[in-house]
Design a protein around this ligand. Structure first.
Ligand SMILES: NC(=O)c1ccc[n+]([C@@H]2O[C@H](COP(=O)([O-])OP(=O)(O)OC[C@H]3O[C@@H](n4cnc5c(N)ncnc54)[C@H](O)[C@@H]3O)[C@@H](O)[C@H]2O)c1
Length: 261
């Protein structure tokens, strides 16, 4: 076996179908590119077709297979329709990324109930429903599968200013580990990919100059991550190389979480 055959035996996703909810965004878009690069057919799911088309063009330029389907992550009926559409078009699902997410920097005492509900709806209910709809399919199918939920540094340690977001991501971490326990006997693996700090649409308002210097001061790598740097962990969690990894929180953060003084 030469080295490319060896790597392919560990990481190839040829013949697999990956549904990437939030694939219109920065990080999940990069994850979609990585999954397609490893051979999976990728379904980019979101609400913004223009952004999706830009991502699809990049994937296709790199020789990958992908298409867009629109769905609201916090709506069970839409997610069920999404699953049916994917099964009609692609015949199967093997990998699911639950990555739709929103954030807000509102000071704690000013957080209105509707803002709290909106963040919880997308960040927690969206992941809960994504796991329920696609997890049921994967469990019933009986061939195993990989679910990758997007957590956050704030799901491990509370971060100032993003109170609702932190609470929502802590819930995602907890739910993911609980489902990993539940579905390990069915070979449906559930893991949390935990990005450190990557500039993106959802955190633009949070990244004030003061916060940027505090984040970078606490990051041993002294820089933000680039979206493509989540691809390695994604491929590890998605395919054969990660066959015994479930219930894990894989941190991609330039050392932020390891930093003490
Ligand atoms: N960027 C970071 O530093 C960072 C750090 C930790 C965790 N994360 C998490 O990674 C995930 C991806 O974030 P990102 O930084 O790439 O942000 P992003 O804003 O670029 O992407 C989020 C995507 O989710 C989509 N989305 C939002 N609400 C949706 C809904 N209700 N239904 C369907 N799609 C919806 C948005 O349109 C967007 O395309 C999020 O869950 C985020 O919380 C990001």
């Amino acid at each position: 076996m030469n080295s490319s055959e060896y790597l392919s035996s560990l990481f190839s996703l040829q013949g697999k179908v990956a549904v990437v909810i939030g694939g219109t965004g920065e990080l999940c878009g990069a994850m979609a590119e990585g999954l397609a690069g490893a051979g999976a057919e990728v379904v980019v799911v979101g609400r913004n077709e223009e952004k999706a088309n830009a991502r699809l063009a990049k994937i296709k330029d790199q020789g990958g297979k992908a298409y867009f389907l629109s769905a609201e992550a916090s709506d069970k009926v839409q997610l069920q329709k999404l699953l049916e559409q994917v099964l009609t078009r692609s015949g199967r699902v093997d990998i699911v990324v639950n990555g739709a997410g929103v954030n807000s920097p509102t000071p704690y005492l000013d957080i209105a109930e509707d803002e709290f509900d909106r963040i919880m709806d997308i960040n927690v209910k969206g992941v809960f429903l994504g796991c329920q709809v696609f997890g049921k399919y994967l469990v019933d199918k009986g061939e195993g599968g990989s679910i990758i939920n997007l957590g956050s540094m704030s799901g491990l340690i509370p971060l100032s200013r993003v109170f609702t977001y932190s609470a929502s991501k802590a819930a995602v971490h907890n739910l993911s580990k609980n489902l990993a326990r539940e579905w390990a006997p069915k070979n449906v693996r559930v893991n949390v990919l935990v990005p450190g700090f990557f500039p993106a649409e959802q955190n633009r308002k949070v990244l004030t100059p003061e916060r940027v210097s505090s984040i970078l001061g606490h990051t041993p790598a002294k820089r933000f991550g680039e979206a493509k740097e989540v691809i390695g962990a994604t491929l590890l969690l998605a395919g054969g190389a990660g066959s015994f990894i479930t219930g894990a929180e894989i941190v991609v953060d330039g050392g932020y979480h390891a930093m003490t003084i």
